[in-house]
Unconditional design. Structure first.
Length: 394
């Protein structure tokens, strides 16, 4: 089968790239390992699909070649995304922190619309088609599937990373890159939960509380984040933890968290609050007295004393504002929203995303070593890569 262009990976990057290439009258085949296209779009944002962010800029990206990221964002900014998706039939709803969702609040509806456009443009969609190997014969690429081989003039690899293993991810993109001489930057989970062995943390499982988290590498403070903190039977989760995970991965020494469980009230005001409540200590049991201020499951984490007096309430207020938890590790990549690391983006032409090593071979999306913050930045980058590859060089 002779195809002008084969796209390996039917996710955000591959689907949008396919639409733009087909509009330029290119003969396109999209090959997807899973029976369902773009499963990560479907599950992103807890199914609501955090599609982009209205405040997107280079500073929202923690890793990757700045020239490549800038090139993608300059070609496809927030307003470009708004116009594009509206033209496809996907309207935006802007939430807190500039996060943007489809008006339907459904990732599935986004995928359905993209697939309908591809079908109307006669793009060949091969689901349940795992790529086993890729070779180059002269100027053509030979893409080996289980039941057939595809021959392509140009090959676009946007097969994603190994994050979110539950949706059927693949490492074929890394394998193709290695085969053609590309360097793979060490991959590790990012936007992922924390494991810690403290049993008191485990006993607080199920508690969700708005907190401020500071990440320490030994005595050095690396990062600070505010957001929901969720105690679990393995450690810690929640938005504040996900935001901190990239910085935890960069630590060289013992990693610990200093957690302010009540960031919206000062230490001084918390002491005054406890002092006012001292008059109730002979009426209320200790857990009732403190459980009206913080969740009862957290009491054993902030104090082992049951004494209430002028001195103890100062210690108690300090512990609530400065809870220290040792981090054992980040959770495995199968739990991660994204992977930091991947194909070295310095080996990719920033204007076209073509390999600097092999002509007519392109890489885009999460398969690259680009990692963004939580909030729609990674999905936006994937869409932007697809558009840049389609418009920039074909």
């Amino acid at each position: 089968m002779k195809k002008d262009i084969v796209i390996v990976g039917g996710g955000a990057c591959g689907l949008v790239c396919g639409i733009f290439l087909a509009k330029k009258n290119k003969n396109v085949t999209i090959v997807e390992k899973n029976p369902t296209f773009a499963k990560k779009i479907i599950v992103s944002g807890n199914g609501r699909c955090n599609i982009t962010n209205e405040n997107i800029s280079l500073k929202n990206y923690l890793k990757g070649d700045k020239e490549v990221i800038n090139s993608v964002l300059n070609n496809f900014g927030f307003n470009d995304a708004k116009r594009l998706f509206s033209s496809l039939g996907i309207e935006f709803k802007i939430g807190e922190d500039g996060r943007v969702f489809p008006l339907s609040l459904s990732g599935r509806s986004v995928v359905e619309i993209l697939l309908e456009h591809l079908k109307s443009l006669n793009v060949t969609l091969l689901a349940n088609s795992e790529v086993l190997d890729v070779d180059k014969n002269g100027k053509s690429f030979l893409v080996e599937l289980k039941d057939k081989k595809l021959k392509a003039d140009k090959l676009i690899v946007c097969s994603g990373s190994t994050a979110y293993k539950s949706v059927g991810v693949t490492d074929i993109g890394y394998k193709i890159a290695k085969k053609f001489g590309h360097n793979i930057i060490d991959i590790y989970p990012s936007l992922v939960q924390i494991e810690c062995s403290d049993r008191l943390v485990h006993r607080a499982s199920g508690v969700k509380i708005y907190s401020k988290i500071s990440v320490y590498d030994g005595e050095k403070k690396l990062y600070e984040s505010k957001g929901d903190l969720l105690f679990t039977n393995y450690g810690l989760s929640g938005l504040a933890v996900l935001d901190s995970s990239f910085y935890i991965s960069q630590a060289k020494d013992e990693v610990s968290l200093k957690i302010d469980l009540m960031p919206d009230i000062s230490y001084k005001d918390l002491v005054l609050l406890f002092d006012k409540r001292l008059k109730l200590k002979d009426i209320l049991g200790y857990e009732s007295w403190l459980g009206a201020v913080i969740p009862k499951k957290l009491i054993s984490l902030v104090t082992r004393s049951r004494v209430l007096n002028k001195k103890s309430i100062k210690d108690l207020a300090y512990n609530i504002k400065n809870l220290k938890i040792k981090v054992d590790s980040l959770r495995d990549e199968k739990y991660a929203e994204i992977i930091a690391g991947g194909i070295d983006s310095r080996e990719i032409d920033s204007k076209t995303l073509e390999s600097k090593k092999v002509k007519n071979l392109y890489f885009g999306g999460e398969v690259l070593d680009v990692a963004g913050e939580r909030g729609g930045y990674n999905l936006h980058f994937a869409f932007g890569c697809g558009i840049l590859m389609a418009l920039g060089q074909f």
